[in-house]
Design a protein around this ligand. Structure first.
Ligand code: ADP
Length: 284
């Protein structure tokens, strides 16, 4: 289940005085099971890109091939794409609307025309996947929950479609640290335990460093960097030139190296820094 994005260009309001090229000849291949972080300054084209991957937007030119099917082809059934690619928008809990959590999560699978039994199985599975106990929560109103729990219900609604590719746009925005850690833990589980391909749009370099196998950096509609965190976070000057940064701990390690400490420059998480500092102390 790979995603091949070929020469993708998208222009909003083409031909009008407000014309804006949001994607400019983007070429990316995402392999099955990868955990991708998509980063970039506001306005760099991230939302436009992810909306193409689940067929909400059509390009002006270029192609997106998901699982050998060209989803930019006008003849492609949107249900085909929705089954394969789940998109969790920013603040997805604003879209909760049913009176019970069970009904809300069942909404998507119902639209696929599944039997009641199959829908019930999917709801249970999705709730389990996001860490919500079915019996405890199924009859509750989604509006009674905490912010982090509401968001988990909203994510379960997309997960219940059982997509192979899950795209999440800033899934931790506005949550407190506990809610944020819970959501990130669940996303990690979805990737590891259920082998989903994950595309995470994030502004948190710390989260990206902890979770992603690969980082794509967008700027002015182009993908300007594409590599492992260890490669991308070495490009400090390029990242800063487009309004981004590296994780705080990477700046600390850089300063320590400048002061003459023999510390690895391959450090992007606090855990890695802790281990490296302990290694150095043990050698003293
Ligand atoms: P990001 O998600 O990285 O913030 P977007 O994909 O939302 O970036 O936006 C890319 C560019 O396209 C920006 O200049 C933005 O102003 C413009 N844009 C986004 N959506 C629209 C729209 N519906 N109509 C016109 N311009 C848009």
């Amino acid at each position: 289940m790979s995603i091949k994005i070929k020469n993708l260009t998208h222009v909003y309001m083409k031909g009008s005085p407000f014309e804006k090229k949001a994607l400019d000849d983007v070429n990316i291949t995402i392999n099955s099971g990868e955990f991708i972080a998509l980063i970039g300054h506001t306005g760099s084209g991230k939302s436009t890109l992810i909306q193409h991957i689940n067929g909400l937007l059509k390009p002006n030119s270029g192609q997106i091939v998901v699982d050998d099917v060209d989803i930019t082809d006008k003849k492609v059934n949107l249900n085909f794409i929705r089954k394969k690619v789940g998109l969790v928008f920013q603040y997805p809990e604003y879209q909760l609307f049913e009176e019970t959590i069970e009904k809300d999560i069942a909404f998507g699978p119902k639209n696929l025309g599944l039997s009641n039994d199959a829908i019930n199985k999917r709801v249970k599975r999705a709730m389990n996947m996001v860490g919500l106990d079915y019996d405890k929560y199924k009859d509750k109103s989604p509006f009674e929950l905490s912010g982090g729990q509401k968001r988990r219900v909203a994510i379960a609604g997309v997960v219940a479609m059982e997509p192979k590719i899950l795209i999440l746009d800033e899934p931790t925005a506005g949550l407190d640290p506990k809610g944020r850690d819970e959501i990130l833990g669940k996303i990690k589980d979805l990737h590891k335990a259920y082998k989903m391909t994950i595309i995470l749009v994030s502004h948190s370099m710390e989260d990206v460093a902890k979770l992603a196998d690969r980082i794509l950096v967008m700027n002015k509609g182009k993908c300007i960097l594409d590599g492992k965190p260890s490669q991308v976070f070495k490009e400090i000057d390029t990242l800063e030139s487009v309004g981004l940064a590296v994780p705080q701990v990477t700046y600390l390690v850089k300063r320590l190296r400048e002061k003459g400490f023999n510390i690895s420059d391959d450090i992007f998480t606090v855990e890695q820094a802790k281990n490296e500092i302990l290694r150095i102390l043990n050698k003293c």
